[in-house]
Design a protein around this ligand. Structure first.
Ligand code: OSB
Ligand code: MG
Length: 368
């Protein structure tokens, strides 16, 4: 397939809820999109880096500059045998995996549409629906937490993940567990603790959590391995796994027993599949994380989640939880905790160009 032209669109969407994590509070999402135009088809991907380097080191401004100056010139006007060849074209560059993933993921969508096959099928997935949970931001108190959990349990979500931070950890977990003795419950600290907090984190062992997600530093595996020896609850790594090599090292060290797999964080679908395969070889489950994606990124996530190693519910909850209106035409709605995989070629979703235009902040075109 040929990549004839590229379009960058930056949109801004208001979130329906105030999302508080150990990083701070989010009320809007800036959505950078890359649209690759082939011969009569287009492939679309969403960047998941944020304006500021809080989650990982990448930023939207940095990604756009790399796309313009380096990554797009490496692929525009060229013909590729498959999406792996596209990532190979960017393989000499280090880091910046979320930026490279925009090119790689758009290429997968383009290729899948060229072949007329759903993306998940091309990746080797066989499911037509995937299990999903929700990630709930920090609430003002225990009662507010329990009320919000109840809403989502009633909607059928198969796992509740609570964001925690030092000073707000055991309290919401204890309250939630007392109100819901049987739900699958997890927490996510987004790197807010250190090994000095091991005693506090060990108190979470009393609440039957499926895992504690990324308690320690974003770039650390050794301390996670030490913490894993000191507490019973399994650790799940998110920020710390940027590649299949990271996954191998993490699992070999015992730094975690579960991986939150985000396709953009690891550089695209091909690398995500390698992370999935490494985890499978260690017998470790993976699940699909989210970055508050619009329907574009969400559809990519849902397709990736059809691989067999995704054995725990993902964060790809209903798009209507996040947005009053999405930038794609199709609804992405879970029912009973199951998200249907969009059918049709590629991601199976289509940009709503009319609505997108109303939320677009910047737009540019690139040709060879
Ligand atoms: O740590 O998984 C995370 C959102 C933004 C950045 C990091 C994370 C998250 C979430 C939200 O937990 C998941 C979602 O609903 O998309
Ligand atoms: Mg996380």
């Amino acid at each position: 397939f040929k990549i004839e032209a590229a379009e960058i669109v930056v949109a801004r969407l208001p979130l329906k809820f105030r999302f508080e994590t150990s990083f701070g509070v989010q009320t809007h999402k800036v959505v950078p999109l890359l649209i690759l135009h082939g011969e009569g088809v287009q492939g679309v991907a969403e960047g998941t880096m944020e304006a500021r380097p809080m989650y990982r080191e990448e930023t939207i401004a940095g990604a756009l500059e790399l796309l313009r100056g380096t990554f797009l010139p490496a692929v525009l006007g060229r013909t590729f045998a498959n999406p792996e060849a596209v990532s190979d074209a960017l393989g000499g560059y280090r880091g910046n995996r979320m930026a490279r993933a925009m090119v790689e993921m758009a290429a997968w969508d383009l290729w899948a549409r060229t072949l007329g096959v759903p993306l998940g099928t091309l990746l080797g997935g066989r499911k037509d629906q995937v299990e999903v949970g929700v990630s709930l931001g920090i609430q003002p108190g225990e009662q507010a937490t329990v009320d919000l959990v109840r809403q989502h349990v009633e909607q059928g979500y198969r796992r509740i993940k609570l964001k925690i931070k030092p000073g707000w950890d055991v309290q919401p977990v204890r309250a939630t567990r007392e109100a819901f003795p049987d739900i699958r419950l997890t927490v996510d600290a987004n790197s807010a603790y250190t090994l000095a907090d091991a005693g506090r984190l060990r108190q979470l062992d009393d609440y039957d959590l499926t895992y504690i997600e990324q308690p320690l530093a974003w770039d650390d595996l050794v301390d996670h391995a030490e913490l894993a020896r000191r507490i019973r609850t399994p650790l799940c790594l998110d920020e710390s796994v940027a590649s299949s090599q990271d996954a191998r090292k993490a699992l070999a060290l015992g730094a975690g027993g579960v991986i939150n797999l985000k396709v953009s964080r690891v550089g695209g679908h091909a690398e995500a599949r390698r992370v999935h395969d490494v985890a499978q070889s260690f017998g470790a489950p993976v699940w699909c994380g989210g970055m508050l994606e619009s329907g574009v990124g969400r559809a990519h996530n849902v397709h990736l989640s059809t691989l067999p190693g995704f054995r725990l519910p993902g964060d790809t909850s209903s798009a209507s939880r996040y947005w009053a209106q999405d930038i794609i035409q199709e609804p992405l709605e879970a029912e009973g905790g199951l998200m249907p995989v969009p059918q049709g070629p590629g991601t199976g979703v289509t940009l709503d160009r009319e609505f997108l235009a109303t939320v677009t902040e910047a737009q540019e075109e690139h040709r060879a």
